[in-house]
Write a protein that binds this ligand. Structure first.
Ligand SMILES: [Fe+2]
Length: 111
């Protein structure tokens, strides 16, 4: 599918034609330019990867919640140690993913 970029705010529109007006900044259709096929394919890949990162963020939050429940139960020291490690790893991975996503946004890989 073709993609069009707003020359005012960089909004990316998917479709055979540019929108009549930019949904973000209301610029007219003439302000849109078609994004070349190679760049368009890169935008699709970036969207897919960003989606994976967001899915991982949700799963890691679930890992943290479950590990906190296990920690509350305190069945035995090895279990407590594993739950503490799970929480620590989930928190660190979430922070790393957020930093990566911020980098994507700053590099324009968020379309
Ligand atoms: Fe715009």
């Amino acid at each position: 599918m073709k993609k069009w970029r707003c020359g005012v705010c960089r909004y990316v529109h998917d479709g055979d034609h540019p929108p009549a007006a930019c949904p973000k900044c209301n610029a007219p259709a003439e302000k849109f330019t078609e994004i070349p096929a190679e760049e368009s394919a890169l935008i699709e890949r970036a969207r897919r990867t960003n989606h994976y990162h967001v899915e991982l963020l949700a799963l890691l939050e679930e890992v943290k919640t479950i590990a906190e429940l296990g920690l509350e139960d305190k069945l035995d020291p090895p279990c407590v140690s594993l739950f503490q490690k799970a929480i620590q790893s989930a928190v660190e991975l979430r922070q790393a993913i957020k930093a990566e996503l911020l980098g994507h946004m700053q590099k324009g890989k968020w379309g």
